[in-house]
Write a protein that binds this ligand. Structure first.
Ligand code: F6R
Length: 241
């Protein structure tokens, strides 16, 4: 595991974008695993700028997103499809047919999760998976649990995640209660993982994730077992090391 210390959020965004840019430059037809949330926003902005300048070419890149709320349509402004389209895809030269997000409108969860897992497999697996970190140690929507989920599955969101995400909805009642997410096993199969963590409010959980026991109660702690993880975190997030 490589830990890169960034001075602040802007520095983190540049450093994380450097890792993704290297991946795309070295393997132009790579498969990028992508995340939503506030942490990667600066990284996406950096990637957009580099693409606009002609320094990065996404025309052969394929992407798979970690997760999607169950029940939200693509044009719902809180769906993760909408987020990805507006914060990244529409600003870069990626072919939208090469972008994949679980289909939140598919009511048969078993069918949708199996389909999504097959999509990832058919692309030859993920070259680089970008992850943010939840306050309870979640990655994707893999919440603290009794066991690590092996594959893409449907989850019930915890109260703490509903609470954290309600800022994006009119009220907590409007936050969907379920989501489709890659499993921990799906994430761990990625060749490389890039975890981005920002802010003092993540300092305690980041310490547990990197140095605490490996347990499904802290889902991201499993990353200690992955052979190629880069953590980019700012000083505030590293303040409890
Ligand atoms: C997003 C995702 C989540 C977030 C996590 C951190 O697709 O799967 O696990 O990465 O909740 O979110 P932020 O970056 O908003 O703190």
């Amino acid at each position: 595991m490589r830990i890169i210390k960034a001075t602040d959020y802007n520095d983190l965004s540049r450093k994380a974008a450097n890792v993704i840019a290297s991946q795309v430059t070295m393997k132009p037809d790579c498969v990028l695993g992508l995340a939503t949330g506030s942490t990667p926003l600066g990284t996406y902005k950096e990637l957009i700028e580099r693409c606009e300048k002609g320094d990065l070419d996404f025309s052969s890149v394929k992407s798979v997103n970690l997760d999607e709320y169950r029940g939200l349509t693509r044009d719902n402004d809180q769906s993760y499809y909408y987020f990805m389209h507006n914060n990244l895809f529409k600003h870069i030269n990626i072919n939208s047919e090469n972008t994949n997000v679980p289909d939140g409108t598919q009511p048969d969860s078993d069918m949708e999760c199996a389909r999504y897992e097959k999509v990832i497999e058919s692309l030859g697996g993920i070259d680089l998976q970008l992850l943010g970190l939840g306050h309870n140690g979640h990655i994707g929507f893999n919440e603290p649990d009794q066991a690590f989920a092996p594959v893409t599955h449907c989850v019930d969101l915890t109260e703490s995640t509903i609470e954290a995400n309600k800022r994006f909805f009119a009220s907590a009642d409007d936050v969907p209660r379920q989501a489709y997410t890659m499993g921990i096993g799906t994430i761990m199969k990625a060749s490389k993982i890039l975890l981005v963590v920002s802010g003092a409010d993540k300092a305690q959980i980041l310490r547990e994730v990197l140095f605490g026991p490996i347990t499904p109660q802290v889902p991201a702690s499993v990353l200690q077992l992955h052979k190629d993880v880069i953590v980019v975190a700012d000083e505030a997030a590293m303040s409890k090391f």
